[in-house]
Ligand binder design. Structure first.
Ligand code: HSE
Length: 300
């Protein structure tokens, strides 16, 4: 039996649309076993109420891509999964499921592919590498489609920062949040994002993550998406007033993330007070960065 654990991730970080992401210590995991025949999927968390347990299951579909590419198939498969990553909230749940299935399948058939090759398969399925790259490798990653090949850089994220995730009860499908974006952007807005993302990434690569307030500035996607998420700008303004370095839309949303110091008691107290009085269908989850990515364990 093989177990695989994959972290959540926060993508875009404001300016780095479709390329930057950070892995977070919140996990989806599964045990994969070869059986004599058939497919058995057991989901051990509340997502079992709406996720399919047949061959249309997303984790299984990812596995099938690996089997088809390798031309190798186990006789039967049992998947037992559990996730703590909220689904469709902008915390990389689908990328984590994808990485989970790809890694589980790869291990079941004797690891024909490297994780770099699995990342490429994930990118081909997902279409943007900003969540799948930190899901595989952990840390802060910048991923680029270079001649149809995903290449990336990884930087360790310091342990002294926390990601204050404000997660609403409602979903926002990535497809919808991408669908409302304009088809073209102004040259000056593209230049603005490139400058802010490059500045943040080059500071971070030297270990300086203090430029988050610069990194999250963006003119190409957040303002359109904020219209789909009432309270987003109010949350960001409040978080900054309570001492956060910044606030941004995590991935395609609807989760809003603020970056704070690891000594965040005062911030947390104020944020929880705000939730109690003004934001009743939101919750605050404090998350640490994950610098490890996928963890695979073989059991006898
Ligand atoms: N970069 C994606 C988007 C995030 O903003 O639509 C989801 O992976």
């Amino acid at each position: 039996m093989i177990s695989v654990r994959v972290p959540a991730s926060t993508a875009n970080l404001g300016s780095g649309f479709d390329c930057m992401g950070i892995a977070l210590k919140l996990y989806t995991e599964a045990k994969f076993e070869e059986t004599d025949s058939g497919l058995e999927i057991n989901i051990l968390d509340s997502s079992r109420d709406f996720l399919p347990c047949d061959d249309t299951n997303y984790v299984y579909r990812a596995m099938k891509r690996v089997f088809d590419k390798a031309g190798k198939y186990p006789k039967g498969i049992r998947i037992t999964s559990h996730t703590d990553i909220p689904i469709t909230r902008g915390l990389g749940s689908s990328s984590a499921s994808l990485a989970l299935g790809l890694c589980g399948a790869n291990e079941l058939i004797g690891t024909p592919f490297s994780h770099e090759e699995l990342l490429q398969i994930a990118y081909d399925i997902e279409g943007h590498p900003d969540n799948v790259t930190p899901a595989f490798f952990g840390g802060f990653t910048v991923a680029v489609n270079h001649h149809n090949r995903v290449i990336y850089t990884k930087t360790e994220v310091p342990e002294n920062i926390r990601f204050a995730a404000m997660i609403p009860e409602f979903y926002l499908a990535t497809k919808r949040a991408r669908g409302i974006l304009p088809k073209t952007v102004l040259h000056k807005n593209a230049a603005f994002n490139i400058a802010h993302a490059a500045y943040f990434a080059s500071a971070a690569a030297k270990g300086d993550f203090s430029a988050f307030d610069v990194g999250v500035k963006d003119k190409i996607h957040q303002k359109y998406r904020f219209e789909l998420i009432g309270s987003a700008e109010f949350i960001i303004r409040s978080a900054k007033r309570y001492g956060a370095m910044c606030g941004y839309l995590s991935g395609a949303g609807p989760t809003i993330i603020s970056v704070v110091d690891k000594n965040h008691d005062e911030f947390t107290k104020k944020m929880k007070g705000l939730i109690a009085t003004n934001l009743k269908n939101w919750k605050l989850v404090m998350l640490e960065p994950d610098n490890t990515g996928v963890v695979i364990t073989h059991h006898d």
